[in-house]
Structures are given as C-alpha cells and as structure tokens.
Design a binder for this molecule. Structure first.
Ligand SMILES: C[S@@+](CC[C@H](N)C(=O)[O-])C[C@H]1O[C@@H](n2cnc3c(N)ncnc32)[C@H](O)[C@@H]1O
Length: 282
C-alpha cells in the first residue's frame, strides 16, 4: 500500500479562486464543446434545469442562481449532495484513500448504498479518479466493475476544487429521477439543457448503458417529444447528441440543428480517438 498523501498534493492542478469545474470525469463530458454550447444559452432565463447532469460541465460554467440538476444515477446524485453539504468530510475521507490497486478493489466491493452521502461521494470520486478512464459501469447487481486505472500521478483529491464545487452547488436542487419528471414543472422563460446518452454512431459505439436499463431509440423519441412540449410552452430548450441519422430525423422539422466538431475517445473513430461531429439542437 502506498504512503498516504495530503489531499491537495495528489496530482492536483491549481484551482483559480472561486472557479468550479466538474470534479468527476464522465463519458460524454461537455468541456470539449462548452464554448459552442455557451453560444446557445439564452441571455436571460428563469430557472435552469439539467436533467442528464453527468459531470455537470454546463452547470458549473453557468453557475445559475436558481437551478435543478438531476440524473437517474442515484450514487452520482448522492455524490453531489455529499460535496454540497459535507465537503470537509468528503475531503477528510479522500485524504485517507491511497492510490493503490489492492485498496481500489476493496473500495469497489464496499456496500456503499447503506452509507451516508459524504461516504458515497468519497467512494464515487475515488473510484472515478483511480479507475480505468474515469468510467462508471455496474453489473446487474449494481456492483461497480471498472478495473483499476494505471496512472503515474492521478488527481484523486483536489480539496480546493471540491470546496469550489461545494460553493457552486450550495443552492442547487438535486433530483434523482427520470428526465421527464424533472422538467414537468418548467415554466415559460426557464432554460432546460438536455445532454442524454448519445445515439450510437455505429453498432460498436454503444454508449447507451450509463444506467441500468439503457437509453434506446424509443427513449430518444420520448425525449424529443418532451423537448417539443417544453418549447411549445415557452421554455428555452437546448440539447446535444451525436450526429447519428436518427438524431437528424427526430429534430429536423421543429428544431435548428448546429454541427460542431469534438475530439472524442470513442471506438466509433477508427483508432478510437479523433474529431467527430456532434450536434447542438435548439
Ligand atoms: C451524456 S451523460 C451526461 C454528460 C454530462 N452532461 C456532462 O457534461 O458530463 C448522460 C447522463 O444521463 C443519465 N441518464 C440516463 N437515462 C436517464 C433518464 N431516463 N433520466 C435522467 N437521466 C438519465 C446517465 O446516468 C448519464 O449520467
């Protein structure tokens, strides 16, 4: 087992005062296309909703005063609650967690759902940072099953970044529900950003199983219908998705589609890495 290190020293990049960034790595994270996404944020809006929150890149960039962020991943939402409400406990726990393969596999098998939000957050952040490629994947029994990631100096705990995220989350409403329920009460003038699991570009790039149950073509159609109903009642709606034919088909008529280029680490691009086209839909 490696020597314990102070939280702030484990490969942590400096954090500018008050700046808050995603503290979990998430497949499909939006930092790549964030500048393009920001061009489509309305200049004024009421409440902000992000129902597929993942790493929350747009939320942390906007830091809206009134906001609801949500996801069906219960442990992810409990992680946000832990960082929001008990950040010093989260940091204290992470300080005790070494970057070590044996320890990683012990953590993986902890029955985490029975623990409090601070413990869930530390567990989630540790496995996200020390696990292979920051993936979140569980088996049918909801047991996390991503292997140990081999890094030279991983940033497992960045205390200033966690404190900044905690401050940025202070007034947020967190919900662990399906997207349709989350936006049911969005009012005219509110702003909803949907970043669903993307439609796979090919049969091999099936990133649809973020949560148990997956997100298939029928779910994509249900999302389009919800987006359309929101738009019709005066809610600002922006979505992102892949450039798969189904996405063009679903949004061609009532929405504007903007193509943007993103570098992605996915199998759909020959060598597994390269520039691909993604869509911003408004
Ligand atoms: C593409 S990721 C979001 C990426 C994120 N916006 C970011 O910037 O990192 C999609 C998210 O949708 C969640 N999800 C899947 N099905 C859902 C549903 N029916 N309702 C709400 N969230 C869902 C997954 O758990 C996952 O976190």
């Amino acid at each position: 087992m490696t020597e314990l290190q102070r939280c702030d020293s484990i490969g942590a990049p400096p954090v500018p005062d008050k700046a808050a960034f995603p503290f979990v790595k998430w497949v499909g994270g939006k930092r790549q296309i964030l500048p393009r996404l920001l061009e489509h944020v309305p200049s004024q809006f009421g409440r902000y909703f992000e129902p597929f929150v993942g790493g929350a890149a747009l939320y942390f960039s906007l830091r809206p005063e009134r906001a609801t962020i949500a996801d069906v991943n219960t442990r992810l939402i409990r992680t946000y609650a832990g960082v929001r409400d008990r950040v010093e406990e989260v940091i204290a726990l992470l300080e005790r967690y070494p970057y070590d393969e044996t320890f990683f596999y012990e953590m993986r098998s902890v029955a985490v759902d029975a623990l409090g939000d601070a413990e869930v957050a530390a567990w989630f952040i540790y496995l996200n940072r020390a696990g292979f490629n920051g993936l979140y994947r569980v088996n049918k029994r909801n047991v996390f099953n991503v292997p140990f990631g081999r890094y030279s100096n991983p940033s497992i705990c960045n205390a200033p970044a966690l404190r900044a995220a905690s401050a940025a989350l202070a007034h947020v409403e967190l919900r662990n529900e399906d997207f349709e329920a989350v936006v049911a009460h969005a009012a005219p003038g509110d702003f909803v950003y949907f970043d669903p699991p993307y439609v796979p570009l090919s049969a091999t790039s099936s990133f649809t199983s973020y949560a148990r149950g997956g997100f298939d073509a029928d779910e994509q159609r249900r999302l389009r219908d919800v987006a359309l109903a929101l738009k019709r009642r005066g809610v600002h709606v922006v979505l992102s998705n892949s450039s798969a034919p189904l996405v063009y088909e679903l949004y061609a008529e009532q929405f504007e589609i903007v193509e943007v280029s993103a570098r992605r680490n996915v199998n759909s691009v020959g060598n597994g890495r390269g520039a691909i086209t993604e869509l911003i839909i408004r």
